[in-house]
Design a protein around this ligand. Sequence first.
Ligand code: HEM
Length: 402
Amino acid sequence: MGLCPLRFLDSQGKRADGYVQLRSAPRAKFLVWQADALKWLFKTDSSLDHPGSRSLSSVLGVNSLLWADGERHERFRRVLAPPVSARQLPRWHSMVAATVDRAIDRLKPGMVFSPTAMARQVALEIAGAIVLGSRADVLDEFATWLDRTIGSVPRTLAYRLFLGGFPRSPESLDRRLVAAVRQAAAEGRPSLASLLADGEFAGIEDGELRDHVASLLFAGHETSASAVAWTLHWIVENDDVLANVLAELRGSTANGSTASGLPYLQACVQESLRITPPVPNAANRQVGTDTPLLGTTIPARAVLAPSIYLAHRQRDVFPNPGAFDPGRFLERKPQSHQYLPFGSGTRHCIGSQLAQLEMRLFVASLLRRRTLRKVRPGRARLRGHTLTPSSAFRMRVVACHD
Ligand code: HEM
């Protein structure tokens, strides 16, 4: 996709065939957004392989649950998905709300702040609580390392294009991550990672545990931070949308713990995930045999990467796709191969409900407790594999209402 991945994607969006071949060797790779092909991929997902992205495999490790397949993958999902499912969401409400409110407490009148940095800090604390079971010190070390690795666009591109992938974390950090998980498991503190150190996973080796913990923190933290920052960005960039959100908040006591409590805000969340999906490409899918698809024959072992970004820009599904229009989600529900910010099929994101909870609670509380004015918008940039508003994005606190 070259040096300007977003410009490349925008330039491909109007192709009628709905796919582009990215490379031919060592294995052919296609970026796909054609509706029928996506539908087929997700329907047959359980029979496909899911090889990791070359750049992330090195950083998250070969054992990562993100590229597990078959029975091994099913076991991970059986254990990890229920605690963050819609039904279990209430158990996280107060932790998420308190984390958000602590961050808002620090915003004083006159302050100019970076919503992107603020959202990243909040998302890190929430991911830490869910994945590690506590606000462990090792989280800051993890965030600092991640920032050094993917924090600048030139570095991200250099690692991805010329160095064969992002570098692995230092051994000392890996040891501390594993120790935090083992301690949570020993103390019976509930956390996603400790479920992988106990029960049917008892006996798991440190190296494998490290890959899963790094993957869960990575999958849960950067993505949610970017989603929160984008939602704020789009709401404050559109005066009519901001007026509608504020009117909904004034007319309700709901805090966003359910989607139905603040339906317009939920529509903003969905529209933000459409127009700027934090994860622009879903996980790679690999076909085992020559496969008739996309009006051609996709050769055996070819890799297909579903383009969430381009699927979300199809005019027949989303008229005027470049406009931020939450109303489209109040009117109808697109199908899962047309609107897929959390992917689909057997790999559908386990954190989708939790992430949307975080987005609603964050935006509702911030806009209720502070009057804000936009100072500078953010431009879209890639941080690692995540589409995020640049750090130029700034807002000013005009008044506090605590
Ligand atoms: C707005 C925030 C988030 C976005 C946009 C997002 C997006 C995605 C996407 C696109 C995938 C790949 C799905 C596919 O290929 O079909 C995925 C997978 C995954 N996500 Fe998320 N995610 C978010 C938050 C989270 C959170 C909070 C967690 C952890 C609690 C999480 C954990 C995972 C895991 C474990 C997978 C792998 C699932 C599997 O392979 O079976 N994500 N996510």
